[in-house]
Design a protein around this ligand. Sequence first.
Ligand code: SAM
Length: 388
Amino acid sequence: MPAPLPLFAACQPGFEPLLADELRALGAAPEERKGGVAFAGDARMVMRCGQWLGTASHLLVRIAEFRCRALGELQRKAAELPWRDWLRAHVPLAVHGTTRGSRVYHTGAIEERVVEAIGAALGRTPPKAGKDDEVLANVHVRFRDDVCTVSLDATGTPLHRRGYKLDARKAPLREDLAHALLLASGWRPSTALLDPFCGSGTIAIEAAGLALGLPPGRLRAPALQSYAPFDPDTWEAVRRERRPAAATAPIVGSDRDAGAIEAARANAERAGVTAAVTFEHAAVSAQRWLAGDVTPTAGVVVTNPPFGLRVGKGADLRPLYQTLGNKLAGLGVGWRVAVLAHDLRLARKTGLALQSAWTTRHGGIAVTALVGAAKRATPGDGADATAG
Ligand SMILES: C[S@@+](CC[C@H](N)C(=O)[O-])C[C@H]1O[C@@H](n2cnc3c(N)ncnc32)[C@H](O)[C@@H]1O
């Protein structure tokens, strides 16, 4: 495998700066692009990214880029690529074509030609990947303005599927969104963390993983495992890497739904973080820290209250947001807040001075991370969700 390779970590729109920071922490030199971050690295770096990136969704290895204006030209140029260095004929193969602004416009034909070119190069066409195949080679062939880019998806399933959330309950939050909300909140493991609408526990479980120094991808199959350059010894070394566990403050998730708390505990168990997180059955109005019962002096509330779309559809959520705001404003000066909001008018009902850290899409709707100190908005705060 030639090194360094051109690599691309794809992410939710809006997460690019957070992902670039994560890559810098792994020693890469990232360049932000729309929808992801470009960087360079070897097979070991690809495996490390599969383990450690918390805000990425896919990891692509770019193997070729060329100008191309016809299907025959695509087949000829694709046949010249060093497929034997990358693919194994017995591993199921999926080729995905996309095209925009190009003379080659038929995605089905793109896929067919590239499969033929791969079959010719390997001496045998790999079996077509089925939807249940976990070990599979994913080849992406992307045409933009007559330039064809060929990439391999190093991780198969999206990186946000960490593997601990078998029981997702209602309106579960994607793990990469929970991670990005935590990073944007400014939370550090040395201060307390509370999610009073924890549902299946995603935010608290991601936080506990960070506090314990565990890689977000620890339950996942290795990146590159479906490809020829995969080397078990390198993977073993990467798999053993840990960051130092922090001196942790308490991490608490609570929810008024007893079933959600059961699910959150089971998810935490699978994630290997039960030592660092506590889940409690309580409505936000009765949550013990929010009620002033032995509340830590400093901490962050990172939470995803009902949006009013899927959970609680039709219900008037304004009183709930007002209650939340009153409780949070009473926490004291050492506390910060990060709320994932869909409806900014609803978020304004908290009366808190919160600023937008990022906006992205979640389950087909726009969502914004609102962050700030746990204090009431005053005129002139310039907040994105002030009292209204
Ligand atoms: C959008 S979901 C949170 C999803 C969660 N982040 C996850 O990863 O699964 C909102 C949660 O708020 C809870 N909830 C609604 N009203 C509540 C209240 N008054 N007090 C506490 N929890 C409440 C619901 O039971 C639901 O689990």
